[in-house]
Every structure is written in structure tokens, then in C-alpha cells.
Design a protein around this ligand. Structure first.
Ligand SMILES: Nc1nc2c([nH]c(=O)n2[C@H]2C[C@H](O)[C@@H](COP(=O)(O)OP(=O)(O)OP(=O)(O)O)O2)c(=O)[nH]1
Length: 138
């Protein structure tokens, strides 16, 4: 059976990343994740993430780069994580989440992340640091 992909979105805005607290199912409720969901047949991962972030948070985004790694969630389901840019809207927990928080570089460990998501935090910290660095004039 071909693996189905779950896409998680590292949404970075003004030097902070969005963390979302899941409201269901029971096994993962209360844990924090990068919002997203399963790609539908025929959809690219980029399209899937943009659709899921619109459904779940009410925002328009653009998917940017895939982060290294992939993680088996359960049989037939693999998590991949992409960064995304916020184009329009203010994220609200419309679906699947009970709370949202923007986390700065010093706050990344302040929430109880799902195990797989925790593994990409060093990369997320690097991205936040790079976003904060002033660009040097040529
Ligand atoms: N969305 C998301 N899911 C994650 C992450 N990390 C992680 O282990 N998961 C797990 C939790 C879920 O078992 C599964 C994703 O399912 P989901 O419920 O988000 O997918 P979906 O929105 O398409 O759900 P549905 O329409 O099938 O109900 O992957 C993550 O960062 N983001």
C-alpha cells in the first residue's frame, strides 16, 4: 500500500512560529503540533498544506520549503513537515485545535509537542534565528 502523507506546517511570522494544541483524537488531544493534515489524492503536499491551514485556521498561506526527515505516524501514514509563509489573515482555532500560540526562539520548548514535531525544533530554531538576522548590505 502506498503511504499517505500528512503535511505539518511550520508557519513563521514576525520571528515566531505557530504552535497548535490538538483537540482530538483522544490519543493526541492536548499535545501541540504544526497544524496541517492529510494530502488528498491528486493534491501536492504544498496544496494540501495551504488547504488545511485555510480550513483549520482561516488563513491564506504559501508553502515554502520541506524540512529534512519524515516520520511514520501509523501504518500507511507518513508525516512530512514544510515551512509556510502567512499571506493573509490572523490564525484562529476553527477546526481540530483548542488553542494556538506564537512561539519565539526562547519559547520553543514551552509546550508539550507531539514526539515527531519535537525532532524538528532544532531546525525551526535555526530558521527563526535566520529570520531575525539583519540582512547585511552588499
Ligand atoms: N497535522 C499534523 N498531524 C501530526 C503532526 N505530528 C503528528 O504526529 N501528527 C499526527 C497526528 C494525527 O494522527 C495525524 C494527522 O492527522 P490529522 O487529523 O491532522 O489529518 P486530517 O486533518 O487530514 O484529518 P482527517 O480529515 O482525516 O480527520 O498525524 C503534525 O505536526 N501535524
Amino acid at each position: 500500500m502506498e503511504n499517505r502523507i500528512v503535511v505539518g506546517g511550520v508557519l513563521i511570522h514576525h520571528g515566531r512560529v505557530l504552535a497548535a494544541r490538538r483537540s482530538a483524537p483522544a490519543a493526541v488531544a492536548g499535545r501541540w503540533e504544526f497544524p496541517g493534515g492529510k494530502a488528498e489524492p491528486g493534491e501536492t503536499q504544498q496544496q494540501a498544506l495551504e488547504r488545511e491551514l485555510h480550513e483549520e485556521l482561516g488563513v491564506r498561506t504559501r508553502t515554502r520549503q520541506r524540512l529534512p526527515g519524515q516520520w511514520p505516524v501509523r501504518a500507511g501514514l507518513v508525516l512530512q513537515i514544510w515551512t509556510a509563509e502567512l499571506l493573509a489573515g490572523d490564525p484562529r482555532p476553527l477546526q481540530d485545535h483548542s488553542e494556538l500560540r506564537w512561539l519565539g526562539p526562547d519559547e520553543l520548548s514551552s509546550v508539550d509537542w507531539l514526539e515527531h514535531d519535537r525532532e524538528v525544533l532544532p531546525e525551526v530554531a535555526r530558521l527563526l534565528a535566520a529570520a531575525a538576522r539583519p540582512t547585511t548590505p552588499a
